[in-house]
Write a new protein. Structure first.
Length: 382
């Protein structure tokens, strides 16, 4: 049995938890349970840029990587213990033909260790999560985005990573970060989480005396008898302080977000927004998060989304989002990214999804990129 456990662990090192229910689960003789799950997704993506008038095609992963996850759970001393390892992989070779390491440059497909954390389940359903996992700030914004199961905005047409979806076009990417997070029971009507995170440095602000704080509160409506309607509301925030050790100045970063999801029979509506200062743009805590006066750059954005389930297997959806960044000193608009997405999501089997999307990206600033993205492909969860 020990040998089999080691073999399962080795195989897993070679999906987000949302797909684990369909994974391979094995009950071990010592009381622990091992699960291997994941997804593989493949999309043809065509992009047409107005300026300089170029077109590109690629065969690649979408916004969600091709995940492979391994989890182990057990109970000891009255505690529910668990470990989770998740690898987010891409299938494309980033515009090159061969999958080789050229000097210090990785030309082949990326393998991204996105998740490596332990969980401690406490009395009453409370939980401690420690390790590398998705951040709390704007987490619900991306998890409720329909392009999570598609492509959305492409980003680099021949890039080696995932596409952007609506990252930078309605929310800032929460990213996977080292953290110690405490969460209340997930099965309650109100759930809250608060965590200490590895702080981020940017620009000249490279000194971090304390961790970044992130938090989230979720409210879910109570299920009504014989009703398919339900609602979810969330609010979240983050705060960190960094220091420029040369100039001896501090920069305080703060962000807040809120959103609502309403499921009304076959119709689903999502509206989410964020605002902040010194939190960066697109991927968060980037250099443009510091303005010309060495203060935090104001940032805001949001998106609205409507999806409708047509029959048992087909869902159609449309969404619009915008993200903006300003210079704190001049109030000048540094970036304004908008996108419109329409998609069809067909559940071919319980595990296999077929997806088609069209996205229009707009940047109205001088020299900005305007693009149309067309994509279609498959997602298989196991």
């Amino acid at each position: 049995m020990k040998r089999l456990t080691l073999l399962l662990f080795a195989a897993a090192l070679v999906v987000p938890r949302m797909a684990q229910a369909q994974g391979l689960t094995m009950q071990m003789s010592n009381g622990w349970r091992f699960t291997f799950a994941g997804n593989v997704n493949v999309f043809w993506v065509f992009t047409s840029d107005e300026d300089p008038g170029t077109t590109n095609s690629s065969i690649r992963t979408g916004l969600l990587p091709a995940f492979a996850t391994f989890a182990a759970t057990g109970k000891e001393g009255g505690l529910d213990l668990g470990v989770h390892v998740g690898f987010g992989n891409q299938i494309q070779n980033a515009g090159t033909h061969d999958q080789f390491v050229l000097g210090s440059v990785q030309a082949g497909a990326q393998i991204d260790l996105r998740q490596m954390f332990l969980t401690i389940g406490l009395k009453g359903g409370n939980q401690i999560l420690a390790g590398r996992e998705l951040g709390l700030y704007q987490r619900q914004n991306i998890l409720n985005d329909m392009t999570l199961f598609g492509v959305g905005a492409v980003g680099d047409p021949q890039g080696g990573g995932t596409t952007l979806g609506r990252i930078g076009y309605g929310y800032i990417y929460p990213n996977f970060n080292a953290q110690i997070t405490f969460s209340s029971p997930a099965n309650k009507q109100v759930q809250w989480s608060i965590g200490a995170f590895q702080p981020s440095v940017f620009g000249a602000f490279t000194e971090t005396a304390i961790p970044r704080l992130e938090g989230e509160v979720i409210w879910k409506s109570k299920p009504a008898p014989r009703s398919t309607n339900n609602f979810m509301v969330w609010v979240g925030g983050e705060w960190q302080t960094t220091k420029d050790p040369v100039a001896d100045t501090d920069l305080s970063s703060i962000g807040v977000t809120a959103g609502v999801r309403a499921n009304l029979s076959d119709l689903s509506v999502v509206v989410a927004a964020y605002t902040g200062k010194g939190i960066g743009h697109i991927l968060g805590f980037t250099a443009d998060g510091v303005s010309s006066n060495d203060e935090g750059s104001p940032a805001d954005g949001g998106y609205a989304q409507v999806t409708y389930k047509m029959g048992a297997k087909t869902t159609v959806g449309a969404s619009y989002g915008v993200s903006r960044l300003k210079d704190d000193a001049t109030d000048a608009l540094l970036s304004e990214l908008q996108s419109y997405t329409g998609g069809v999501y067909y559940q071919w089997t319980r595990s296999l999804k077929v997806v088609g999307e069209v996205t229009r990206e707009r940047n109205d600033l001088s020299g900005g990129l305007n693009r149309t993205d067309v994509s279609g492909g498959f997602m298989l969860f196991f």
